[in-house]
Write a protein of this length. Structure first.
Length: 412
C-alpha cells in the first residue's frame, strides 16, 4: 500500500473544481493588429465585414455560358477571356461563350461554367461534350461566409487556423483579452540558476525554467523574480511584489509537510491559501488560494511533480482566467501495456509513456522507464501520460490502461 494516509488526500477532480469555481475570466480587453494576435484569445465575436467569396466566380478553368446559347451541340465562338484579377467586361454577344479561369469573376448573365476537359476546340469555336446544369462550377457570392455572419465566437485562441481566415475577410484588428500577467519564483538555498556552476549540495533550478517556458507557450506575460532564498523577509518581499504586479503568482518549493510552516503563516497574512495533499502521483503537495490581489499556486519542489501539477491544475486555471472558453486537455484513450507498470493503490498515478499504433491499428504504450519525481527526462522521452486509477495496483503486460496524449505544452 501507499505509505501515506489516503483519507486526508483530495482527488485531482476535487482540486480542479475548487480552483475553477473561484475563477472568473479577465474583463479587460484591447484591440490589436491581426499580425500581432497569434495565441491571443478573442474577447468578442468576430463578424464578417464582407461576403466570401465577394463575387460569383468560376470553380474551374473552362468556359462561361448562357444555357439558351447551347443549341444542338453547335460550337460557340469565344467572345473573350476572364482571369482572376482581370475580369471579362466587354460586350458578350448572344451565341458566344467566354473563356474563364479558376477564381475569375463570372460574367454578368452567365448561368454555368463548363470545364475545359468537356470542350472540343475547332476553328468554328468550342463545342461542349457533356450535359450542362444551371449553376454548375459557379461559386456564388457569400456561399462560404455571408456579410454580417459570425465567424469566430469569443473565447477562441487565435492560431494558424483562425488568423488566415480573418485575414481573408480583410479584418485588420481584433478585440482580444489582455495578456495574463504571471509572476514566478523558486524557493530554496540549494537552488542555483541555470548556467551557473554548482556548489556543494546545490542543484539547478529546473522548475522555474520549465514553468517560465510553459507560461510563454500559453501566451502569458511573465515576471521572473528568480530564486528566493530561505529567508522569511526575502520571501515576504517577493510575495508582496508579485501580488502587486501580477494576476497569478506561481512558486515552487516550500509546500510540503515540514517545509511550509513560515510560508503558510506568511500566506495566511497575505491572503487565503489552502495547502492541499493531492491524491495524485507525482505531485502530492500543492497550494492554492488568493493573495490580496493575485491568485496563488504553490507547486511541489520536485521537477516532475512541479511540471505535472502545472500541466493538470495550473494550465486549466490560466486558460479560464484568460477567457479561453474552448480549452480542454486531449481526451483519454485506451491502450494495451507493452511493459509492466509498477503502482501501489492510493493515488491517481500519471506515469510517462510512449504510445503508438500497431499494424492492426490498436494503440499500445510502453513506460519511459524510471518514474521518480526527479527524472525530468521522462517528459522528453514520452508522448503521453499513462493514467492509472487511484485504487489500481501494478499492471501486467497486455492489460488495458488509459493514456492521455501530451498537448502542445509538453509535445516535442
Amino acid at each position: 500500500m501507499d505509505h501515506c494516509h489516503t483519507s486526508d488526500l483530495i482527488s485531482l477532480e476535487q482540486a480542479l473544481e475548487k480552483m475553477l469555481s473561484q475563477i472568473s475570466p479577465l474583463q479587460q480587453t484591447e484591440s490589436i493588429a491581426l499580425t500581432a494576435a497569434a495565441c491571443r484569445i478573442t474577447a468578442a465575436p468576430v463578424i464578417s465585414p464582407i461576403d466570401v467569396p465577394p463575387f460569383a466566380n468560376s470553380a474551374m478553368d473552362g468556359y462561361a455560358v448562357r444555357l439558351a446559347d447551347l443549341q444542338a451541340n453547335a460550337p460557340l465562338p469565344v467572345a473573350g477571356k476572364a482571369f482572376a484579377g482581370a475580369p471579362f467586361d466587354g460586350n458578350w454577344p448572344t451565341g458566344t461563350c467566354v473563356r474563364i479561369m479558376t477564381g475569375a469573376p463570372v460574367p454578368a448573365g452567365a448561368e454555368a461554367v463548363i470545364m475545359q476537359e468537356q470542350a472540343e476546340i475547332s476553328d468554328a469555336g468550342v463545342r461542349f461534350t457533356a450535359e450542362v446544369q444551371a449553376g454548375q462550377n459557379i461559386r456564388l457570392a457569400g456561399e462560404d461566409i455571408r456579410q454580417g455572419a459570425g465567424v469566430l465566437p469569443a473565447g477562441i485562441r487565435l492560431g494558424a487556423a483562425q488568423l488566415p481566415l480573418l485575414a481573408s475577410l480583410g479584418v485588420a484588428e481584433v478585440q482580444v483579452v489582455r495578456k495574463l500577467k504571471v509572476a514566478v519564483f523558486s524557493t530554496g538555498d540549494e537552488l542555483q540558476p541555470v548556467g551557473q556552476p554548482l556548489q556543494a549540495g546545490q542543484i539547478y533550478d529546473t522548475n522555474r525554467f520549465a514553468v517560465r517556458l510553459m507560461l510563454e507557450q500559453l501566451g502569458c506575460e511573465t515576471l521572473d523574480l528568480g530564486i528566493i532564498r530561505d529567508d522569511q523577509n526575502a520571501l515576504r518581499a517577493a510575495f508582496e511584489q508579485a501580488d502587486r504586479q501580477a494576476d497569478v503568482v506561481i512558486s515552487s518549493g516550500g509546500v510540503s509537510v515540514g517545509e511550509a510552516d513560515y510560508t503558510k503563516q506568511m500566506l495566511d497574512e497575505l491572503g487565503e491559501v489552502g495547502f492541499w495533499k493531492l491524491a495524485i502521483k507525482p505531485g502530492k503537495p500543492f497550494a492554492f488560494g488568493k493573495l490580496k490581489q493575485a491568485w496563488f499556486c504553490g507547486l511541489p519542489g520536485n521537477p516532475v511533480s512541479a511540471a505535472l501539477t502545472f500541466y493538470q491544475l495550473v494550465q486549466p486555471l490560466l486558460a479560464k482566467l484568460a477567457g479561453h472558453s474552448d480549452w480542454h486537455l486531449p481526451p483519454r484513450l485506451q491502450a494495451r501495456a507493452l511493459t509492466p507498470l509498477k503502482k501501489a493503490p492510493g493515488r491517481l498515478d500519471f506515469q510517462r509513456g510512449v504510445f503508438s499504433s500497431n499494424a492492426q491499428g490498436e494503440l499500445e504504450v510502453s513506460t519511459t522507464g524510471h518514474q521518480g519525481s526527479h527524472v525530468f527526462s521522462s517528459f522528453s522521452q514520452g508522448n503521453c501520460f499513462i493514467v492509472l486509477e487511484r485504487e489500481r495496483g501494478s499492471v501486467a503486460v497486455g492489460e488495458k490502461v488509459d493514456i492521455e496524449p501530451f498537448n502542445a505544452l509538453l509535445r516535442s
